[in-house]
Ligand binder design. Structure first.
Ligand code: 13P
Length: 252
């Protein structure tokens, strides 16, 4: 029996206008009341305010998909951590591969965001993952370890309780190609080893590591049965209440 509580998070990405977001959130809240796992939904910024009212006082945590690495000031188009807190956001997704690849976010930049979030006691879902090219070149373990080491640079061990790591192989995101249970678990074990090296065996054991990349109701149970897979970061299947709830309900 794992000491880690399973954690299922939905990343809605750039989908759902506020009315749609509200009704999806309401369905999820209703269906997740008896969830045996931690549950988070991360709507787009523009729907946070509406969804916040719906999840308030429930077991569903409100997440944001990104935030600025600066506290405030002249940063046109950015969203600050205080703005997120103001809307009841309890956790922020940082380092998603879409931010890294499409918007050029580097390990160093992601590290600065992680440190700001932690300094402000905000929970973080920190994403890592290799591209297809890196996997085919046999570099998956190296790439992911390096992302973990660089992303957590100067993060004190005491703050790890605020961090969840999400392993999302880029080639599995939105492609319908899931890593096999074994392949995913192997990388999760490498992440845990890396944490053990940086911090301690105790902290590595406690770290919740989600898998993300084409997680659906029919593959969730298999993935979640693996020793080192402690949850899921779900994209596409989190946009339909029925599918997302089926993933949540696969946690027994
Ligand atoms: P999909 O579940 O759509 O593959 O997306 C995964 C993801 O990127 C979640 O952050």
């Amino acid at each position: 029996m794992s000491i880690r509580k399973k954690y299922i998070a939905g990343n809605w990405k750039m989908n759902k206008l506020s009315a749609e977001a509200s009704s999806l959130a309401a369905e999820i809240v209703k269906g997740a009341k008896a969830a045996k796992c931690k549950v988070l939904i991360a709507p787009p910024f523009t729907a946070l305010s509406e969804v916040s009212k719906i999840v308030k006082g429930t077991n569903v945590i409100l997440g944001a998909q990104n935030m600025s690495n600066e506290k405030s000031g002249a940063h046109t188009g950015e969203i600050s951590i205080d703005m997120l807190k103001d809307l009841g956001v309890g956790a922020v997704i940082l380092g998603h591969s879409e931010r890294r690849i499409i918007y050029g976010e580097t390990d160093k930049f992601i590290n600065s965001k992680i440190k700001l979030a932690l300094a402000e006691k905000m929970e973080v879902i920190f994403c890592v993952g290799e591209t297809l090219e890196e996997r085919e070149a046999g570099k998956a373990a190296d790439v992911v370890s390096k992302q973990v080491i660089n992303g957590l640079k100067d993060v004190p061990e005491a703050d790890l309780s605020l961090i969840t790591i999400a392993y999302e192989p880029v080639w599995a995101i939105g492609t319908g190609k899931t890593a096999t249970d074994r392949d995913a678990d192997d990388v999760h074990a490498i992440i845990r080893q890396t944490l053990k090296k940086i911090y301690s065996a105790g902290s590595a054991e406690k770290m919740v590591i989600q898998y993300g990349g084409s997680v659906k109701a029919d593959n969730a149970a298999g993935l979640l049965s693996m020793e080192n897979i402690d949850g899921a970061l779900v994209g596409g299947a989190s946009l339909k209440a029925e599918q997302f709830l089926a993933i949540i309900n696969s946690v027994k």
